[in-house]
Each structure stands twice: as C-alpha cells, then as structure tokens.
Design a protein around this ligand. Structure first.
Ligand code: NAD
Length: 465
C-alpha cells in the first residue's frame, strides 16, 4: 500500500471516528469487554470510594455536573441519542439532559436522622449498597445515566450500567465523559463502568454476580419483572400510560396548551408524557378546537385512523419500535398526509377500548375519549392507566374532584393544571429524576433511594437535654 498525504489523512480520520464511537473525548476507561471484568473493576472502585469523605464525593459530583454541562457535550450527546435510537428530537433531548445535570440531587439528599433520650443517642445513617447494576432505556439513553450516576455515586456506590443495545453508543459517550470528569478530580477509577457489547445474557451475568448488591431497572414490564425475580434488592421503574382528565371547570384554553406541550415533549417518548385524554362531553369540542390552535392535527376519517393503527402497532397492540418517538409529521406521512413542522400532535376521538387509548405508544398520537361527567372521566382514567401507578394529569378547578382522582388513581406522579413534565421539575416544584419507581415504591428516585438505612447507637452519651 502506498502512503501519501491523502491516505494518511484518511487513516487518521477513521481512527478518530472509531475512538469517538467507543467512548468520551480523551478518556478510554470505563468500557470493558466482559461483564465479569466490569463488575470486578466497579467492585474495586467502590472499596476506594468508601474511603472518601463526603466533601470529596461532593467534589466528584460537581466535576460531573461541570463536564456534562459544557454546551458542546450536551449538544453532542443529544444529537447522538436521536441519531442512534431514532427517537425524540434534539431540542427536547438538550432540555432533558440539562435537567438531569442541574436538578438531580447530590449528597445533600442524604440526611441523617437522630433519636436522643435517657439511653443516649442513636443515628440513622444512609450508607451505600456497594456495586449497583443499573439498566437503562432507549427512550432516555443519556439522561438516565447522568441522573443515576449522580445519585448513586453521591450515596457511595459504584455502578455497572447496562444500556439498551440501541443506545449503547450514546451510553458509552456519556460514561466516558463522566469518567473523564471523575479522573480530573482524582476520584477512584472505574466508579461508572459498562460493557462494550450489551446483551440480555451479559445483563443477566451482571445481575447474578455476587458482587452486585442492588439492581435498578428503568424500562418496560419485561425487565422490571426480571429484576424483581432476582432475589436481590431491586428498584423497578416501569412503564406508564398517563391519562389526562379535563373537566368542565378547567381553564380549557390553558389545558389544551399544556396537553399539547406535554404530549409532544421529545415526541412523546417520556414515560410521564400525556398518552390519552378523557374529557367531559360538554367541553370536549372546545378543548379539541384549542388543541388544534396549539399544534394538533385532527384525524376524523375512521379509515385513516385504522390505517395509522395498522402502520404503527403490532398485532398485539404494542407499538412497532421503529415508530416510537417519531414526529407527528413523520407519522402522518405514513398515511399519505403532508403537514408542516407546526403540527406536533395527532388527535382523534376514540372510545376507551381502542388500542391508541389502552397501549403505551410513545408517539405523539393522542386519542380523546368523551365522558358524560367528571366522575365517569375519572373512572375511565383509572381503568386505562392500567394499574401502572405511574403518572396522571388532571385539569380542573374543583378541589373535590382533583382529590378524588388523586386518591383513586394512586399514581406516583399526579400533575394538576400543568403539563406532565411539571412532575419532574420542569415548571413544577421539586427535583428531577429519570427513574420513577412506581412498582417498588421509591417514587421519584434520588441518592437516598440508592442507600441503605443503618442505625448507629451510642449508649449513655450525648443526650444533652
Ligand atoms: P425496554 O424494556 O425494551 O428496555 C429497557 C432496558 O432493559 C434496556 O436496557 C434493555 O436492553 C433491557 N432489557 C429489556 N428486557 C430485558 C431482559 N429480559 N433482560 C435483560 N435486559 C433487558 O424499554 P425501552 O423501550 O428501552 O424503554 C421504554 C420503556 O421504559 C417504556 O415502557 C417506558 O415507560 C419505560 N420507562 C420507564 C421509566 C420510569 O422511570 N418509570 C423511565 C423511562 C422509560
């Protein structure tokens, strides 16, 4: 082979591209060939972490926040996630990554409890589990890793991440950045690791390793069930199908705006995003009129609605993965309808038994079900939420009905008079997370969810009252 300037330039660009594909910018650690090696390295790292002070851990988290917050990094990971998974849109991915980096609590979340009395002082401390196996979804491939990494390290753990095979490139990139950030402040090496080629077999090997003391699964029902049968401490953050109830007392114009904003956020991939509306009959027409003013496209032709259903769902009603997180414009194109980018959501009237209502599509397709009154709307919402106990939204000014729905639906997140994302800290009070643990009850997870409660008893001392 002959070498000239052009061929050398070609080789260099191929090598740079290959390096970019496997990790963060300069950092080459954190990615291992075998699950055994990944667990072993994370185990050693956690032993080192347990020797660090709280202020050192605080410093590690600050360094992660600083590195990820750089505009070029946020932009690169957001673009990469959309390109790799084919889901969502770059603008909203940027917002979600920023949210994860700024609003995930750090060590301040680990508050100590104290009981003092005649017998002395007892402290309730939050201690690490050890090495955590964290399984992450395609729908938030970088956000979940950022948020889990901050909370898990703050609580003193190391983490072996098992990303979805369709999000592995983005995962390696963000894990590389976190590794770089940790190295810059002399944190133990390999606190956050992953494997080069994730697979179900590799995840099972990691889950079953004796060195893994906690499993955190963010994903659909399959993986949640699997980790809950592992015999180990597990956190399951599973699927949702968030209904929105709108009654006749609501501010209908604002409700329509909020619903479209929440439903179209990242092309509807968030598990918290509005998936179906149940509206009281007397205001349904006006609600739909206002939705159309805010970027909704109404399908009225039954044949077209069924054609869309055939195109985007499988025979069992589940969504076809290739259409998850696609824009309303792309989905309408499938059935021969051309629209411009101002169309954000596809709406249609359906009854409560339609696939679009019952299944979690994760596409900006929003069926609207009519109910004769608010009580019926609440009953339908409870039914179609399907016992996920994940997220529900209600637009109403009637305190009694808001209370009734909150009590009956039992979701981890219940947003009143706002878009669904207010529930994870966007325009609503509270911290943020991308692991919402309904099935196992931790709720919106943070550092304290990844810690063990331990009691430390000092007998006959420090009762100073
Ligand atoms: P998914 O269930 O297909 O995959 C999630 C993760 O689990 C991936 O890493 C995948 O590789 C792994 N996985 C799946 N089955 C497995 C098995 N049998 N053994 C080992 N690993 C397995 O989900 P997805 O399509 O990536 O994400 C979308 C789903 O996740 C939706 O249902 C959504 O509601 C849910 N989700 C929930 C939350 C939450 O906080 N509750 C957050 C994001 C997504």
């Amino acid at each position: 082979m002959e070498f000239n300037d052009k061929s050398i330039e070609n080789i260099i660009s191929k090598v740079v591209k290959a390096l970019e594909n496997t990790s963060g910018f300069n950092y080459s650690g954190g990615v291992f060939e075998t699950p055994e090696e990944a667990v072993e390295k994370a185990f050693d790292a956690q032993k080192e972490l347990s020797k660090c002070t709280m202020s050192q851990k605080d410093n590690f988290i600050k360094s992660i926040r600083k590195k990820i917050s750089l505009e070029e990094n946020i932009l690169k990971m957001s673009k990469m996630a959309v390109e790799e998974t084919g889901m969502g849109n770059i603008t909203d991915k940027i917002l979600k990554n920023k949210l994860a980096i700024t609003k995930t609590p750090g060590i301040e979340d680990l508050t100590t409890g104290a009981i003092s009395g005649d017998y002395g002082l007892t402290l309730i401390n939050l201690s690490p589990f050890g090495v955590i196996c964290a399984i992450t979804p395609t729908t938030n491939p970088t956000e979940t890793i950022i948020s889990n990494a901050i909370g898990m390290i703050a609580a003193g753990n190391s983490v072996v991440f098992c990303p979805h095979p369709r999000g592995v490139k983005s995962a390696k990139f963000v894990i590389g950045l976190i590794g770089e950030a940790l190295e810059e402040v002399n944190a133990p090496k390999n606190l956050i690791v992953t494997i080069n080629r994730p697979s179900i077999e590799a995840t099972n090997t990691i889950i079953n390793s004796e060195k893994i003391k906690m499993i955190v699964a963010t994903g659909g029902p399959g993986i949640v069930k699997s980790v809950l049968s592992s015999g180990k401490k597990a956190i399951g953050a599973g699927a949702g199908n968030p209904p929105v109830v709108v009654d006749e007392t609501a501010d209908i114009e604002k409700a329509a705006q909020d619903i479209i904003k929440g439903c179209s956020f990242d092309n509807n991939v968030p598990c918290i995003a509005e998936k179906e509306v149940i509206a009281v009959d007397s205001i349904t027409d006006y609600l739909m009129f206002n939705m159309k003013k805010n970027g909704a496209y109404e399908l009225t032709d039954n044949a077209k609605i069924e054609e869309l259903k055939e195109k985007v769902t499988k025979e069992n009603g589940m969504p076809k993965p290739e259409y998850v997180g696609k824009s309303a414009k792309t989905l309408l194109n499938l059935i021969g309808i051309e629209v411009d980018d101002s169309v954000k959501v596809i709406i249609m009237e359906r009854d409560k038994n339609h696939t679009f209502v019952k299944e979690e599509l994760m596409m900006p397709i929003l069926p609207i079900v009519r109910a004769k009154d608010c009580d019926e709307a609440i009953d339908i919402a409870v039914e179609v939420e399907n016992g996920n106990r994940h997220t529900a939204i209600m637009h109403s000014k009637n305190i009694d009905k808001l209370t009734k729905m909150a009590k009956l639906i039992q979701t981890t997140i219940f947003v009143k008079n706002g878009p669904s994302y207010a529930g994870i800290g966007v325009g609503g009070e509270g911290f943020s997370t991308f692991t919402i643990a309904g099935p196992t009850g931790e709720g919106l997870t943070s550092a304290r969810s990844f810690a063990r409660t331990r009691r430390c008893v000092l007998v006959e001392g420090f009762n100073i009252r």
